[in-house]
Write a protein that binds this ligand. Structure first.
Ligand code: GS8
Length: 224
């Protein structure tokens, strides 16, 4: 199906520090799609968010010509299929596609799962959390191996899935007193490579801004 960009109305319900929303921003930028970005206040969700994602009531939501698409990796796949021109994010070979989705799931269920909590911990619990996070990143480092990107020579689905988390690395390192680069140098070099793409650089906030937010939330919760 041919798509005419002038007919497309694309809106993203966003929250700037959300790595899930960053995935969608990278995918839209890769495809060169113009869109309107609406910031949500997650303490006071808009009627539009509640209407468009009544099940989870979470951002990101992509609204394409009025139709909502929820869940960030589902949205990335939708973008790749709807604007099915280069650059393709998912490989076309079914086996390669299955592998890309496998790692996307792994990243969701592990890297983001641990990452979501590790900056809100302290003491012994934090030590355990850090250990778990580093095991997960080492697993990903093994999968990356000597490749430039997870899918090979160019930025693809797995990179889009994982790279937003790297904008939180500085916060994890500072709050948790650890060095990700010392333990996972290839992942850190890969993140820098990804940042050379405008689509990634323009979609990720400055790590110091994320760190400031992390400290603010920790103080609010009495962790600092
Ligand atoms: C996760 C989205 C999410 O956690 C996805 O899109 O991939 N699996 C989903 N969104 C959070 C903000 S980022 O931490 C959110 O909207 N939370 C609001 C809430 O839970 O009330």
């Amino acid at each position: 199906m041919a798509h005419h960009q002038e007919q497309d109305n694309v809106v993203l319900l966003d929250f700037w520090p959300s790595p899930f929303a960053m995935r969608v921003k990278i995918a839209l930028a890769e495809k060169g799609i113009a869109y309107e970005c609406k910031q949500e206040d997650l303490q006071a969700k808009s009627p539009l968010l509640l209407e468009k994602n009544p099940v989870h009531k979470k951002i990101p939501v992509l609204i394409h010509n009025g139709n909502p698409i929820c869940e960030s990796l589902n949205i990335v796949q939708y973008i790749d299929e709807t604007w099915n021109h280069e650059p393709l994010l998912l490989p076309s070979d079914p086996y390669q596609r299955s592998q890309a989705r496998f790692w996307g799931d792994y990243i969701d269920n592990n890297a983001y799962g641990i990452g979501k909590d590790v900056w809100l911990m302290k003491g012994k619990e934090q030590e355990e959390g850090n250990k778990e996070l580093m095991e997960c990143l080492k697993r990903l480092e093994g999968e990356l191996g000597e490749k430039a990107y997870f899918g090979g020579e160019k930025l693809g689905y797995v990179d889009v899935a994982l790279v937003p988390l790297t904008s939180w690395f500085y916060a994890y390192e500072t709050v948790g007193n650890l060095s990700i680069e010392a333990e996972c140098p290839k992942v850190v070099a890969w993140a820098k490579r990804c940042m050379e793409s405008q689509s990634v650089a323009n979609s990720l906030p400055h790590p110091h801004k994320v760190h400031e937010l992390a400290i603010l939330v920790r103080k609010r919760r009495g962790l600092e």
